[in-house]
Design a protein around this ligand. Structure first.
Ligand SMILES: [Zn+2]
Length: 496
């Protein structure tokens, strides 16, 4: 009796332990790797491309496809982008260690290092003490050449996630110095922000890079002259736009370098018998999403697809050894195909009438007007022709509510204090943007049937597409940290 009782207690205790610890084990497994990260087939990915559309989920991708269709005809047969035709597609979670709505620092860390951290942190743990090693660093150690390309500044969160480790993404100068001291082979696209520090009193990070053997190029002529075998390179777009980034694709002038040009040059410079790893970011898809500018989003998604096509061309020459992965780090703006005012209809052909991004409208139209016009004399009528030319908006065809919204935003942009005084809803109406400009893109997007819910990121999953050797392991629904393990598996790298 006594022993029976004892064994019953032991049994219950064991049951309690198993039941209470099971969720913990299950959670750990789901968050590290686990599902289908193991490569089974033959071969090894010698040439690896990782394309990251910042702020790109299915709404951004499908909008670009609907736009391409609507521009050409009235058909509903959607014109597919190149990368959505890849043989493998999967879904990827985006939450980080502290929030369901990630930022690009923790999302970049998850993809680059396979570990969750807090928003704002790059390649360090939640306590900001332990440093993580990135897939690009593992690839470099294994003898591959490494390239980092982005349309935004090269020390912005997403590109930085592949070479730097900092407690805050705002430590721009520290990140710039880590770039200069990295032994990667090719950095290209936007400029290096705060290269002499926040107060411009530090040693120039570009000088440090040159001392470390980098060739620094910031003209198109210099870029065109770059040849394979010339050593490590930092190549910057000759014309820069907001915050030192490459211009939005919609604002790119004939002959200016595109993301595809920087990617193609990367292939040329990195190609070698040991292979390469190249990360290419479409970073301004996110910036346009923050500003609710669908036209700028769509044109940058199309430019991103063009860059991917250069990788596809390379893969056709090395089909058994190339892997191309395309993903997003999160969605931006709560973009939707569908708006209350247009119900079941879309009019994406209206987006084709847009000729300037919100940034170009601010810089080329609104800023000069504000500088030359005293607020008391300012009239919306003065800007109607420029509004039509920039966004294709026929002011007279707007609804009365929309006209009022645009007029109100115009007064707000001109600094009319009477209106400013009841500005408690300023953020909900305009985010941090120029009121007139953000209202114009919103109104124009609404008439096309596109809605927005936020000026920040949202918590929906993103899609991941893959083509080439071991691409099949990118199917199914998995955590963003799994991308690191899948890439490592495909390249046969030992990681921890
Ligand atoms: Zn963002």
């Amino acid at each position: 009796m006594k022993t029976q009782m004892k064994s019953k207690i032991v049994f219950l205790l064991m049951l309690f332990l198993v039941v209470s610890f099971q969720p913990l084990f299950a959670k750990a497994a789901a968050e590290t790797n686990s599902q289908n990260n193991t490569v089974t087939g033959e071969g090894q990915a010698k040439y690896v491309f990782l394309f990251i559309g910042d702020g790109m989920a299915m709404s951004q991708i499908t909008s670009a496809e609907v736009f391409s269709t609507a521009r050409a005809s009235k058909d509903i047969d959607v014109t597919r982008l190149g990368f959505t035709k890849f043989p493998t597609a999967g879904l990827t979670t985006t939450h980080d260690a502290g929030t369901f709505i990630t930022d690009s620092a923790s999302a970049g860390t998850a993809i680059a290092s396979g570990k969750k951290t807090l928003s704002g942190v790059i390649n360090m743990d939640v306590n900001r003490t332990q440093k993580f090693k990135t897939i690009a660093e593992y690839a470099k150690e294994a003898g591959k050449k490494v390239g980092i390309v982005s349309t935004v500044t090269l020390n912005h969160a997403t590109p930085a996630s592949f070479y730097s480790k900092v407690p805050s993404r705002g430590d721009m100068y520290d990140i710039a110095v880590q770039l200069a001291n990295s032994n990667f082979d090719y950095y290209a696209g936007g400029s290096i922000d705060q290269r002499t520090g926040k107060n411009k009193d530090q040693k120039d990070a570009v000088e440090i890079a040159k001392e470390n053997g980098f060739t620094y190029i910031d003209t198109k002529a210099g870029f065109d002259g770059l040849k394979a075998g010339g050593g490590k390179v930092i190549a910057i777009s000759e014309r820069l736009q907001d915050s030192g980034s490459m211009p939005y694709s919609i604002d790119r002038e004939r002959g200016e370098l595109s993301l595809a040009d920087f990617t193609k040059k990367g292939i040329e410079l990195l190609d070698n018998p040991n292979g390469f790893f190249m990360m290419v970011e479409g970073g301004k898809i996110d910036w346009a999403g923050h500003a609710n500018d669908a036209g700028a989003v769509i044109h940058d998604v199309l430019a991103f697809d063009e860059a991917i096509k250069t990788a596809v061309e390379f893969a056709q020459k090395h089909p058994a050894e190339t892997l191309i992965v395309v993903t997003g780090d999160h969605e931006t703006g709560g973009m939707a195909i569908g708006f209350a005012g247009t119900q079941y209809d879309t009019f994406f052909d209206k987006i084709a009438l847009q000729t300037r991004s919100f940034v170009a409208f601010d810089e080329e139209v609104l800023k000069p007007y504000k500088e030359n016009t005293p607020a008391a004399n300012a009239k919306l009528a003065d800007l109607i022709p420029a509004i039509k030319e920039s966004f294709g908006i026929d002011f007279n065809s707007l609804t009365n509510v929309q006209k009022e919204q645009v007029e109100f935003a115009f007064q707000r942009s001109m600094g009319n204090e009477q209106i400013r005084s009841f500005a408690e809803d300023q953020y909900l109406l305009y985010g941090g943007y120029e009121p007139l400009t953000v209202k114009l893109t919103q109104v124009m997007n609404q008439t096309a049937g596109i809605g927005w819910t936020s000026y920040a990121h949202t918590g929906v999953p993103v899609s991941t597409f893959a083509s080439g050797v071991h691409g099949e392991i990118f199917g199914s629904y998995y955590d963003n940290t799994d991308i690191f393990f899948k890439l490592a598996g495909a390249m046969n790298l030992k990681v921890n």
